[in-house]
Write a protein that binds this ligand. Structure first.
Ligand code: NAD
Length: 497
């Protein structure tokens, strides 16, 4: 923690903060369209006015390259905010619903109402995006919000606390900085929804705390996101097209792995599965493009983030230096502990029971496992926990369909990696161990709203059939109504059996 705001938060203030926000929410202030849009426009203003401050904070926390900071955090947030502002009015309009004979005459609608006070606990790897994007959704849905950024990226956390305090309506939007003790104190309070981004171990702690108050949770977790690279596809192309295909696949794998915070991204490729025949070609291509992108000495490259801290550095070294794995490095492996830098590293044919293949890597190491036939990848992927993302490179239409139908994952991209995150019309979230619930765009609005079912009736047509005394005739009529049989209804009305 590095800011004055951080020092100002004492874990015992948690009930007070929750209470103040609940009071603000109860005043009805956050429900109006005007309040929601004014706060969203304020977020846009923060992003415009403080772009450089954010880039500097990200450099301090992660040595994140400016290009990645701008595109993957600032621009993504601007897009999210603008798209929300553009559609919010429409989302807030109650949705008409059909009614049935049973309630005739009536009308019905689904009203999206804010849940109340939302707690957002975010992670260090995309400290602005993962903090502000759920805040956008919570505000759009008309809630009050407490944001707890990650202490693992202290410069970004301090900047978030400073800027949101300076610009936003602090009676309804608060930032609380802190680590485990502070988060634990927040988790003891009653919230109306908790949105947590991070690992599954803490996800379980969050869910347990939420269960005490029957609070719903949105858990954005991680996992081992596989990339399946098909080789058959080459056969039908001329040689230059094959090379083109491999180059494009290679570039897109590299962009999703090392070009996303040096692999420290939840949807970065975690490992590759390809055929034995194709693996050498893919490795050569990866080596060639990596050198083109990051030079002969990638530890010196300004275009690669560093590892966030020494704990994560040591964790990655443990994966790399495991006895049955260390001999499998076919590219990279260089490290600089002082600067927390690890070069892009490729490993070939690592054992499936190694740490690197059983734990989420979340860093610049990329193992490749090989199979005889690409279809064998389905069993390999489906035998582990469901990943947050799964990627396939192929031009075989049958394989594309099979992959989408067979692999259960938070999201799937065919012939690219990670870009589904940028499609605001798609839900973003995990399944199974990679999380529960989803957000982004309209899905954020829905994640932080309750869909209230409303039926409108008048005082006319008060059918006696639903009231006691219950008779056989009434039962026959109701059965006919429920069954939707016109003939049955006529029979029951005339008392014919
Ligand atoms: P982290 O260390 O920043 O922790 C996340 C949050 O949990 C922080 O705010 C932290 O203060 C809090 N926390 C940590 N320990 C806690 C405890 N004992 N009790 C209560 N709160 C606690 O982030 P991390 O977990 O290292 O993040 C990496 C993981 O997050 C990876 O598994 C990654 O895949 C996943 N992730 C998922 C997404 C997504 O959108 N699905 C995005 C980023 C990261």
């Amino acid at each position: 923690m590095g800011s004055e705001e951080a020092n100002a938060f004492d874990a015992k203030d948690a009930p007070k903060i929750a209470g103040e926000l609940r009071e603000s929410f109860a005043s009805g202030k956050t429900r109006s369209y005007e309040w929601r849009t004014s706060q969203l426009k304020t977020i846009l203003k923060i992003l415009d006015n403080h772009e450089q401050d954010m880039i500097l904070a990200l450099r301090s926390d992660l040595s994140k390259p400016e290009m990645e900071s701008y595109i993957q955090e600032i621009a993504m947030l601007k897009n999210s905010c603008k798209a929300t502002l553009k559609s919010l009015k429409g989302w807030m309009v109650p949705e008409k619903a059909k009614t049935s004979m049973t309630t005739f005459p009536s009308s019905a609608e689904i009203v999206s109402e804010p849940l109340g006070v939302i707690l957002i606990i975010s992670a260090w790897n995309y400290p602005f995006y993962l903090s502000i994007d759920p805040v956008i959704g919570a505000i759009a849905a008309g809630n009050a919000v407490v944001l707890k950024p990650s202490e693992v990226s202290p410069a970004s956390s301090a900047l978030l606390a400073k800027l949101l305090k300076e610009y936003m309506d602090t009676s309804c939007v608060r930032v609380v900085e802190g680590a485990v003790a502070e988060t634990a104190a927040l988790l003891q309070q009653k919230w109306d929804k908790i949105c947590y981004t991070g690992n599954g171990r803490v996800g379980r702690i969050v869910m347990e705390a939420a269960a005490k108050h029957l609070t719903p949770v949105l858990l954005e977790l991680g996992g081992k996101s596989p990339v399946v690279v098909d080789s058959d596809v080459n056969l039908k192309f001329a040689t230059h097209a094959v090379t083109f295909y491999v180059k494009v696949a290679t570039r897109r794998i590299i962009a999703g792995k090392w070009g996303c915070n040096n692999g420290q991204a939840c949807i970065s490729p975690d490992y590759i599965i390809t055929t034995k025949d194709f693996a050498p070609k893919l490795v050569d291509s990866l080596k060639e493009v990596l050198e083109k992108f990051y030079g002969k000495n990638p530890l010196e490259s300004k275009d690669l983030s560093r590892i966030v801290n020494s704990n994560h550095f040591a964790r990655l070294m443990k994966l790399l230096d495991e006895e049955k794995v260390s001999g499998k490095v076919v590219h990279g492996g260089e490290r600089n502990e002082t600067d927390l830098k690890i070069a892009p590293t490729i490993l070939l044919d690592v054992p499936r029971d190694s740490l690197i293949m059983t734990e989420e890597i979340f860093g610049p190491l990329l193992p490749i496992i090989t199979v005889e036939k690409v279809e064998e990848s389905y069993d390999i992927i489906n035998s582990g926990p469901k990943p947050l993302a799964a990627y396939l490179f192929t031009s075989n239409e049958k394989l594309k369909k099979q992959f989408v139908m067979t692999i259960s994952a938070g999201g799937v991209v065919v012939n690219d990696t990670t870009i589904h995150l940028a499609v605001v019309t798609l839900p973003f979230g995990g399944v199974g161990e990679s999380g529960m619930g989803a957000y982004h765009g309209k899905f954020s609005f829905e994640a932080f709203s309750h869909k209230k079912a409303v039926v409108y009736r008048s005082f006319v047509a008060d059918a006696a059939v639903r009231y006691p005394p219950y008779t056989k005739g009434k039962l026959s009529l109701l059965k006919a109504l429920v069954g939707g049989s016109i003939l049955g209804i006529i029979r029951a009305l005339f008392g014919w059996s």
